[in-house]
Design a protein around this ligand. Structure first.
Ligand code: GLC
Length: 419
């Protein structure tokens, strides 16, 4: 064959490929290294398939992200094919999402944590594939605890005292920006996660139990909210009332806090080259009340295909790629995102990169769910009432006892007869 023919055939092949090349849009979070990781995964899929993908970044706050999605979906917009959805949303969004078992087969989620698969299955339909899981953990400064001869706290009372003591001593030594404890105190979904941990680890329940009974009006819940209110302006800056994950990480990673509550993603960033606290950080389970068990709120994100997508089959292929074992391993090793595939918690490279995936394995598998399953499409209102009540207590506008009693009535009004 002469070279003219070869060129002609090659060009025809390229044209055919281009004619079939399709374009998808995915929305990804942008907290910490999230967007970059999403881009890397998407690029690999593009290379493999020859298709192209636009990435839309979404607001960092889960609460704001939900209203963005709700607007888009209620307009039946085909703008976004693949959506990153929070573990608390399947009940809220199910009607707008494709059954991934139809696209990916019945064993689509085999090997993934059963509890998450259950969570993402609504009326027998798998509406989202597990991508990464989350649970609240306590970060502490190993160097400072050693310097002041302190142990990582096991109770909230110990955390309060150790944080106060070290903050005071560091400030007296001229370290004027030092704080004791940073967490997520803004009135948004992240505060619901923090406050659920305080209450559940104090024997105060989960706000609404698995049967749908409202349980928040109790002494333990009131007491721990009062304790948390004493932190503001003492061990925690006033500004914590407006902190999300990234503001808390900013303070801790600059070296200005002894303790931080955050999700596992903060580990890789705290360990990065330009971090002030590289190699000075330990991670343990969150404290509890004396004699109670620690509680970590179950978080995490999933990938779903919109019912309004014009290309659901291809979109499901992208989802399958991004949630695969290979991608989950890459995300765990590079950026400490918790896999949803159990086997990866025994993978040596994963454990070497993130040692607490092994030591805190029980915290990840026993994480406490927010009451999104029993409250269904009313969960968002429930969570809003909860974080606003907690924010009021932290701001000093209400006592813990007043807040939980009013919250109980408000939740009953939202519930009416049944959820
Ligand atoms: C994390 C969790 C998510 C939670 C959010 C709250 O992103 O994975 O489940 O809703 O934090 O800020």
């Amino acid at each position: 064959m002469n070279s003219k023919w070869i060129t002609a055939i090659a060009l025809a092949g390229l044209a055919a490929q281009q004619a079939h090349a399709e374009e998808l849009t995915i929305s990804c979070g942008a907290v910490g290294a999230e967007l970059q990781l999403c881009e890397e995964g998407v690029n690999a899929w593009e290379e493999k398939t020859g298709h192209s993908v636009n990435i839309v970044s979404t607001p960092n706050s889960s609460t704001e992200r939900l209203s963005f999605y709700q607007q888009l979906l209620s307009a039946q917009s085909s703008d976004i094919d693949v959506m990153q959805v929070d573990v608390i949303w399947p009940g809220l969004l199910a009607n707008h999402l494709v059954d991934l078992k139809e696209q990916m087969g019945d064993d689509a989620a085999e090997g993934h944590f059963e509890a998450i698969v259950q969570n993402n299955t609504v009326d027998g339909r798998l509406v989202a594939m597990p991508w990464f899981t989350d649970a609240g953990v306590l970060y502490y400064r190993k160097d400072l605890l050693e310097k002041y001869d302190a142990e990582p706290p096991e109770t909230w009372q110990q955390l309060t005292e150790t944080a106060r003591r070290i903050k005071k001593a560091e400030r007296e030594a001229g370290n004027e920006d030092m704080w004791g404890y940073v967490f997520q105190g803004r009135a948004y979904e992240g505060l619901t996660c923090n406050a659920l941990e305080w209450v559940a680890s104090s024997g105060g329940g989960t706000l609404i139990d698995s049967e749908g009974e409202i349980t928040i009006d109790n002494q333990q819940a009131a007491d721990v909210l009062d304790l948390a209110a004493t932190w503001i302006g003492d061990i925690s800056p006033e500004g914590v009332l407006n902190y999300t994950e990234e503001e808390a990480r900013g303070i801790f990673q600059s070296g200005d806090a002894v303790f931080m509550r955050n999700w596992p993603y903060a580990w890789s960033l705290a360990q990065s080259e330009d971090s002030e606290v590289r190699n000075k950080v330990g991670v343990v389970a969150l404290p509890s009340a004396e004699g109670e068990d620690s509680a970590a709120t179950l978080g995490g994100w999933n990938l779903a295909v919109s019912r309004y997508s014009e290309n659901p089959e291809l979109a499901a292929d992208l989802v399958a790629y991004l949630t695969s074992e290979q991608e989950q391993k890459r995300r765990a090793v590079e950026a400490s995102y918790n896999p949803t595939i159990d086997a990866l918690y025994q993978d040596e490279e994963v454990i070497e990169a993130v040692p607490f995936f092994k030591t805190l394995y029980p915290a990840f598998t026993n994480a406490v769910a927010r009451p999104s399953a029993p409250t269904g499409d009313k969960y968002n209102r429930v969570s809003n009432s909860f974080f606003n009540a907690v924010h009021d207590v932290l701001s000093g506008n209400q006592s813990g006892a007043e807040a939980v009693s009013e919250l109980e009535s408000e939740l009953s009004r939202i519930k009416r007869r049944r959820w």
